[in-house]
Write a protein that binds this ligand. Structure first.
Ligand code: GDP
Length: 394
C-alpha cells in the first residue's frame, strides 16, 4: 500500500522520518511521499530523512518558529490559518499514485494534537482516497495537561479520519531509560508493526509474490467503517534458506514424505501460535479484542515458512476470539530471518485505557479551572489594598 505520510508536530515528524528510514532499509515501498508540519523550527531542522522542501513551518506570524507549547487549541488555530502552506506541499507530491493519506501525531502535545484533526478534515474535503490517522497517546506520567490534550484530540481526530490507529506510549515505556532513548525504541516498534501491515500489498522488483496476497484494497476494507484500531505483533527468528529459495512453500503440503509432512505441521503450528501471541500480547493500544469489528492478519517471513493452512487456522481462531465475521488474512514473503504475525484489529470499542484517560482529563480540566479561578482571586487580593483607598492610574 502506498501512503502519503504527514507527520504533524515533533512526535509525528520523528515517526514519519523513521518510516522513511524503514522503507529504505527494507525496500518496502510504502512511503510514496513524506511531509513534516510543525510550528517549531528546531524540530523540523532535527529531522534526518524528510526532504527539506517537504518540511512546512506553520504559525510563523503567531509563534515565530518557537512552537505552541502544549497549547493544542493554538495548534488547531494555526493549522487552520496556514492550511494553504500545508496544501502547497501536498500539491507537489503525486497524490494520484497514493492509496491513502496517513497523518501521524502525538496527541498529548500542542502542534500535532491540535493540527492533525484540522488537516484530516481538510484532506477529506478535497481528496477521495482515505485519510487515516496514527495517534500517539502520552504516558500517564506526563501530567494532566498532556492527558487533557490527548483526550480532546482523540475525540476530534477519530471524528475527522477514516480510521484512527492508536499507539499508547504508556504501555511501551521502559523503566530506566532516558526519554529520548526510549522514544527511539518505541518509534522503531511503531514503524516495524505498521510497516509490515502496510507493506503487505507492495511487491517490489525481485520479491516473491505471496500465495494468498494481501492487497491494499483489503487493508482499506479492514479500516473502512471508521473507528479506532490497534495492532498486535509477534515474531520468531528462523533460519534463512540460503540455497536460493529451492525449498518451496508447497513442500510437505501433500504427497511428500513424512519429513515434509512434519515440516508442514511445524510451519502451521508456528503460524498459529504466533497469531495467538500477537493477538493476546501487547497491542499498540491495549483493549479487549472481543467485539472487534474487522481484522486483518498478515504473516510475513521467508516463503518456505509460510503456508496457507497456518494462515487459515490463524484466521479462524481470530474470528472466534473477536466474534468478527470479517477477518481477512494473507502472507507477505520477505527475505528476513524471522516469521512475524501482524494483526490489525479495526473498530475496537472495549478500551478501558481510553475511559481512564478521559477520567483523568476531566479531573485535570476541573483542577485547571479551579487553579485559574483561585489565582485570579489571589492576585486581586495582592494588588488591591485592603480598604480600597488607592486608585489605579487609568
Ligand atoms: P508537538 O510538537 O507540540 O505536537 O508535541 P510533541 O509531538 O513533542 O509531543 C506530544 C506527545 O508525543 C508527547 O507528550 C509524548 O507523549 C509524545 N512524543 C514525543 N516525542 C515522541 C516520539 O519520538 N515518539 C513517540 N512515540 N512519542 C513521542
Amino acid at each position: 500500500m502506498k501512503l502519503a505520510m504527514i507527520g504533524f508536530g515533533q512526535a509525528g515528524g520523528k515517526i514519519v522520518d523513521r518510516f522513511l528510514d524503514y522503507d529504505d532499509r527494507t525496500n518496502s515501498g510504502i512511503v510514496r511521499a513524506a511531509i513534516a508540519v510543525n510550528s517549531a523550527k528546531a524540530d523540523l531542522i532535527g529531522l534526518d530523512n524528510i526532504p527539506q522542501e517537504n518540511r512546512v513551518l506553520i504559525g510563523q506570524a503567531r509563534v515565530k518558529g518557537h512552537g505552541v507549547g502544549a497549547d493544542n487549541e493554538l495548534g488547531a488555530e494555526i493549522a487552520e490559518e496556514d492550511i494553504d502552506e500545508v496544501q502547497n506541499a501536498i500539491d507537489a507530491i503525486p497524490t494520484h499514485e497514493v492509496d491513502a493519506f496517513l497523518i501521524v501525531a502525538g496527541m498529548g502535545g500542542g502542534t500535532g494534537s491540535g493540527g492533525a484533526p484540522v488537516l484530516a478534515k481538510h484532506l477529506k474535503r478535497i481528496y477521495t482516497i482515505p485519510v487515516y490517522g496514527l495517534g500517539v497517546l502520552p504516558g500517564t506520567d506526563e501530567g494532566g495537561i498532556y492527558t487533557l490534550n490527548a483526550a480532546r484530540s482523540f475525540q476530534t481526530f477519530v471524528r475527522e479520519v477514516d480510521n484512527l490507529m492508536v499507539f499508547d506510549n504508556d504501555s511501551w515505556r521502559q523503566t530506566g531509560e532516558s526519554v529520548e532513548g526510549g522514544y527511539d525504541q518505541i518509534n522503531e516498534e511503531i514503524v516495524r508493526r505498521f510497516g509490515i501491515l502496510f507493506g503487505a500489498g507492495e511487491v517490489g522488483d525481485g520479491q516473491e509474490v505471496a500465495e494468498s496476497v494481501v492487497d491494499s484494497s483489503e487493508i482499506i476494507n479492514t479500516l473502512s467503517g471508521g473507528g479506532v484500531s490497534t495492532v498486535g505483533f509477534a515474531s520468531e527468528e528462523v533460519e534463512l534458506n540460503t540455497g536460493g529459495g529451492l525449498l518451496s512453500r508447497f513442500t510437505g503440503d501433500g504427497g511428500g514424505g513424512s519429513d515434509d509432512d512434519l515440516d508442514a505441521a511445524n510451519t502451521t503450528n508456528r503460524i498459529t501460535s504466533l497469531v495467538r501471541k500477537a493477538a493476546l500480547g501487547r497491542l499498540t493500544l491495549p483493549c479487549e479484542i472481543e467485539g472487534t469489528e474487522r481484522a486483518l492478519l498478515v504473516l510475513s517471513g521467508p516463503s518456505e515458512y509460510l503456508n496457507r493452512k497456518g494462515i487459515e487456522r490463524g484466521r479462524k481462531w481470530l474470528e472466534e476470539e473477536t466474534g468478527s465475521m470479517e477477518v481477512r488474512g494473507g502472507d507477505f514473503p520477505r527475505g528476513e530471518p524471522e516469521v512475524a504475525a501482524a494483526i490489525l484489529l479495526s473498530g475496537v470499542t472495549n478500551v478501558p485505557r481510553i475511559k481512564r484517560l478521559q477520567q483523568v482529563a476531566i479531573e485535570a480540566q476541573d483542577n485547571i479551572d479551579d487553579i485559574q479561578a483561585e489565582s485570579e482571586e489571589n492576585l486581586e487580593e495582592l494588588v488591591e489594598d485592603d480598604e480600597d483607598e488607592l486608585e489605579p492610574l487609568f
